[in-house]
Design a binder for this molecule. Structure first.
Ligand SMILES: NC(=O)c1ccc[n+]([C@@H]2O[C@H](COP(=O)([O-])OP(=O)(O)OC[C@H]3O[C@@H](n4cnc5c(N)ncnc54)[C@H](O)[C@@H]3O)[C@@H](O)[C@H]2O)c1
Ligand SMILES: [Zn+2]
Ligand SMILES: [Zn+2]
Length: 349
């Protein structure tokens, strides 16, 4: 099969012929139709310090995908040949305390598809049946199916605190921040503001249902609050930039008792005003991955029941290229100007 392969511990990928993955008794083999490009993949391509520490090369990267089931192991019970599926990329141990308590997203032995085991930048990928998510709704297109993983990050974060009637601040208008706005709107938020320093990304926010898109290179959130007619502060914060200045400014603009869910991964430690966290009784919650599998149920249910949300989420995919044009696709993703970049793998069949 053709695969985008990292042959060793250095920058770059090669589109080469590789052996097809073998299907264990509890595994499902998926013919990949589409894959999403994610910041993680850019790190793996560049082979930065994080990649060097985390990745075991050789590796086939890629963890955001949609495809069709073409082979099942002898112990697979529910997934069927021909099913259209996406996959949860966190493969858990099943035996640690959290796994056994049904909190698999908190497994201490998580292995990530496309990071610590071969992933989906290939014609075929194999994952355990328990990681497969079958799409029952035909309105889930291959492009939409390719972004269930990051949509799950947005849904997990946005739904971690009740936001009906609340004023919501999203920091970072990358694909995940944009989708979080759409989910917050669907879930019943009152005012929604989103921040970024990229004008093209901020321009996409209105279609997601944001009331205000704030360029924090030029405008302070205090002024943005006034523009929205707010006087006390945001009730819910969703940190989705990982940038070290976003969280401190968010904390300065929360109402007392405000709740903050943090998805953005900072690359350095962040200094915040802990006195304010204490005296304003703020709650800070870290978010990793998707809840297994409540987030997946919520994603499918919301997309199927609301065409407006489905159209907003679909519009986050701004570039679809055949896998043969992977280099250009990675350049577009790295530029950070558009939304999600998706690679098509049907080009080889
Ligand atoms: N916790 C998890 O499980 C998990 C999973 C996926 C992604 N992530 C992280 O979530 C974040 C969002 O993911 P993404 O794919 O949308 O990333 P992205 O890098 O495309 O988006 C981040 C955005 O933040 C913007 N930004 C930079 N400085 C800012 C500032 N001071 N204020 C506001 N915005 C600013 C950038 O311009 C960019 O548009 C990233 O940090 C990513 O690493 C975490
Ligand atoms: Zn990802
Ligand atoms: Zn476990």
């Amino acid at each position: 099969m053709k695969a985008l392969y990292k042959s060793g511990p250095y920058a770059g990928f090669e589109l080469v012929e590789r052996p097809e993955p073998t299907t264990g008794v509890r595994d499902v083999k998926i013919k990949v139709h589409t894959t999403g490009l994610c910041g993680t993949d850019l790190h793996i391509q560049a082979w930065d310090a994080w990649a060097a520490e985390t990745i075991n090369a050789p590796l086939i990267a890629g963890h955001e995908f949609y495809g069709e089931v073409v082979e099942i192991g002898s112990d697979v019970r529910d997934v069927k040949l021909g099913d259209k599926v996406s996959g949860e990329g966190h493969v858990v141990c099943g035996m640690c305390r959290n796994c056994r308590a049904g909190r698999r997203h908190m497994c201490i032995n998580t292995i990530s598809v496309g990071v610590q085991r071969d992933g989906a930048f290939a014609e075929f990928v194999v994952i355990p049946e328990s990681n497969v998510w079958v799409h029952k709704d035909p309105s889930i297109t291959p492009e939409l199916g390719a972004i269930f993983d990051p949509l799950g990050n947005a849904v997990h974060t946005a739904l971690s605190f009740g936001l009906v009637g609340e004023d919501v601040l999203v920091t970072g208008a990358g694909p995940i921040g944009l989708m979080a706005v759409a989910v917050a709107r669907h879930a019943g938020a009152r005012k929604i503001a989103i921040t970024d320093v990229s004008e093209p990304r901020l321009a996409m926010a209105a279609a997601m249902g944001a009331d205000l898109a704030v360029n924090v290179a030029t405008t302070r959130l205090k002024d943005a609050q006034l523009q929205l007619g707010m006087c006390e502060g945001f009730d819910i914060g969703l940190e989705m930039s990982g940038h070290p200045t976003a969280l401190p400014e968010m904390i300065d603009n929360m109402n007392h008792g405000g709740r903050i869910a943090m998805l953005g991964l900072p690359s350095e430690s962040i200094d915040i005003n802990w006195g304010k966290v204490v005296t304003h009784m703020l709650t800070l919650k870290g978010i990793y991955g998707r809840e297994m599998f409540e987030t997946w149920y919520a994603m499918s249910a919301m997309l199927s029941s609301n065409p407006v949300l489905r159209a907003a989420v679909a519009s986050v995919v701004t570039d679809v290229l055949p896998a043969t044009e992977w280099e250009q696709a990675f350049e577009i993703a790295r530029s950070g100007r558009g939304g999600k970049v998706v690679l098509g793998w049907s080009v080889f069949s």
